[in-house]
Design a protein around this ligand. Structure first.
Ligand code: C2E
Ligand code: MG
Ligand code: MG
Length: 574
């Protein structure tokens, strides 16, 4: 590829404008049809006789007009499809026919050629009008098109031009880097020196970068564009390695960091550069913008102005975390955190109680899974509020249902380890329990086994306090963490919840089944009840029954459901 020609932004823009012509094969075809139609026009006008079609006889000369018309259509098509070239070729062909016509009419006295003579003059007039008016339309179209891909203030290509260029690279499966650039502290220039100086700063930045892109000095093929405000985009292609890209970006950085003198004021500018690679990071063009912007946010978040950073997937995660955190905050303030209840049964399918599971609605009304929002809530310290919201709402439910149906079903809650370890935990739940008329023995707190490793001492103390209040304790997701038997022995819990992953495996091999059987036995030896989570089939229920499991929770007998449905289930069970 010729670097010099590619380095020119204007040329790239022209390449993107509407100057695509029809293929050469169409030109050859039109010329061929034209030659045949001219030959047939002459032949039919000079041949005496008739053609018989059924019972009718048609003179050969009757076809002259048809072939001449076909020739004219070819000429018009040539001009429309091949514009300048088509017009020149058509004019040459038509003008070349005049000497022959003059000889025919005036020297040979062949008056029938007069119609051809006038027809030629008319078609010359027609294609001239067509060509010149069409040219104006095209020039206008080109102008509009150029405006659509050009940024008014700086004269650089805009984001639209970038998208087109990237789509072009994508079509040719050519690799490139998209760099998102954000000027630092540009707002303060606008505020202190005025908007005119701000505009001039942007123009000067664009001038420097455009000159650099066109100079080819960076050694890569660069395309610089303005996105909006103080944000620019750079597309780097034709590089050998990632370090080539970084060197190129470094060159743009150096160019920017040279002294600016605007309105007799000297100052310096810096910017953040976040980049992502096609197709290594993603082969979806829209995602490239997203990724490059995510890197910029990451740089800004860390206060690392002036840095050059490449996209990595964990950057996106932190973006997603921020997004979810915002959603949790909105949900907490707008009562969009609520709960569903999943039934738990004994092995004879008698209702034992429910596990309360937090639910959160997105702005558009769809659900966000707790698997996504609970970890973020834990990280951002919002989990306490979610736990307490679910605890309070589901106790309201149990209070109401107990009064209406005289039931003694239990209610299990999940509490985050982080929340459990806080000093105000006991106080928080005590307040809620006191405002309800429910025996604490019907409330079970689920704690994940990770607590045993992380802070066993404090956890033990907390569990003692919970037990002292009369509540039950279940060890959730048992088997997924580091389950030390000695810890388990010391833990004053009441229930083991075998994690779904073991239940999934249970019927696939003998060893897996024996493993589950062993957990149940150990649980029983330690005087704990055992419940299996995520039970999905009757086969699993049958096996669990045979190996002595006490309770079952899973889709096989009931999915998490809205409180109204849970109430109906309770009514049916009493
Ligand atoms: P968990 O406490 O182990 O809850 C059981 C999860 O397994 C629930 O997912 C439940 O819907 C799902 N499940 C139950 N039976 C089946 C089954 O047969 N098949 C399948 N495929 N899944 C089943 P969910 O509601 O998405 O909750 C996920 C996790 O989020 C919970 O796991 C718990 O760790 C956490 N969580 C939920 N609500 C709260 C809450 O209020 N506070 C806290 N701290 N964590 C919560
Ligand atoms: Mg649970
Ligand atoms: Mg669980």
């Amino acid at each position: 590829m010729d670097k010099k020609s590619n380095n020119n932004i204007d040329k790239t823009l022209t390449k993107l404008s509407l100057n695509k012509e029809a293929p050469k094969s169409a030109f050859i075809l039109l010329m061929l049809i034209y030659a045949i139609s001219i030959f047939m026009t002459i032949k039919s006008s000079t041949t005496q006789g008739f053609v018989s079609i059924g019972d009718d006889y048609i003179a050969y000369s009757s076809f002259t007009g048809m072939f001449s018309m076909l020739g004219n259509i070819c000429i018009i098509c040539l001009v429309m499809l091949f514009r300048r070239v088509g017009y020149i070729v058509s004019m040459t062909i038509l003008l070349m026919q005049f000497p022959m016509m003059i000889v025919n009419v005036f020297l040979r006295n062949n008056l029938s050629a007069i119609s051809g003579f006038f027809s030629n003059i008319m078609i010359i007039g027609a294609i001239s009008i067509l060509y010149f008016s069409y040219r104006k339309v095209l020039q206008y179209q080109k102008h509009i098109r150029e405006q659509a891909v050009t940024d008014r203030l700086t004269g650089l290509p805009n984001r639209f031009a970038c998208s087109e260029l990237m789509a072009d690279f994508h079509k040719r499966s050519e690799r490139f880097a998209l760099v998102s650039i954000d000027l630092n502290n540009f707002k303060s220039i606008n505020d202190t020196m005025g908007h005119d100086s701000g505009d001039e700063t942007l123009r000067e930045t664009a001038r420097r970068w455009k000159d650099l892109a066109n100079s080819g000095k960076t050694g890569t093929v660069d395309f610089i564009a303005r996105k909006t405000g103080d944000e620019f985009l750079l597309i780097v292609s034709d590089y050998d390695s990632v370090s080539d890209i970084e060197k190129t970006i470094e060159a743009y950085k150096t160019e920017l960091e040279k002294k600016f003198t605007i309105d007799n004021c000297d100052f310096y500018m810096t910017a953040c550069f976040g980049y992502t690679l096609y197709p290594e990071d993603t082969d979806i063009i829209d995602n490239l913008y997203l990724y490059a912007d995510a890197v910029l946010h990451e740089i800004k978040k860390k206060g690392d102005g002036g840095r050059i950073l490449r996209f990595t997937p964990d950057i996106l995660n932190s973006e997603r975390t921020l997004e979810i955190e915002r959603k949790i905050r909105t949900a907490l303030s707008g009562d969009k955190i609520f709960f569903h209840l999943q039934p738990q049964y004994d092995m004879n399918h008698k209702l034992r109680g429910f596990e309360a599971l937090a639910r959160m609605k997105d702005d558009d009304g769809s659900f966000i899974s707790p698997v996504d929002f609970i970890p973020v809530a834990e990280k951002t310290g919002l989990v306490d509020r979610i736990d307490m919201r679910v605890f309070e709402q589901s106790l309201d439910f149990l209070d109401k249902v107990s009064k209406e149906t005289d039931t003694d079903v239990t209610l299990s809650f999940n509490v985050s380890v982080r929340h459990l370890m806080k000093n105000n935990f006991i106080e928080d739940i005590k307040k809620i329990i006191d405002s309800h008329d429910i025996a604490p023995g019907r409330i079970e707190i689920e704690i994940t086994e990770s607590i045993m490793i992380d802070s066993a001492e404090k956890a033990l103390q907390r569990i003692d306090e919970i037990k002292a209040m009369g509540m039950k304790v279940a060890i959730d997701d048992f088997g997924t963490g580091y389950s030390s038997l000695s810890y388990l022995n010391n833990f004053p819990s009441d229930m083991l919840k075998i994690d779904k992953s073991f239940i999934d495996q249970m019927n696939l091999s003998d060893a897996s089944r024996q493993y589950v059987a062993m957990i149940i036995s150990i649980g029983h030896i330690l005087n704990l009840k055992v419940i299996s989570e995520g039970v999905e089939s009757q086969d699993q229920v049958a096996v669990l029954k045979s190996i002595g499991c006490d309770y079952v929770q899973g889709f096989v007998w009931g999915r998490p459901m809205a409180p109204e449905d849970a109430e109906k289930l309770v009514e049916k069970s009493v």
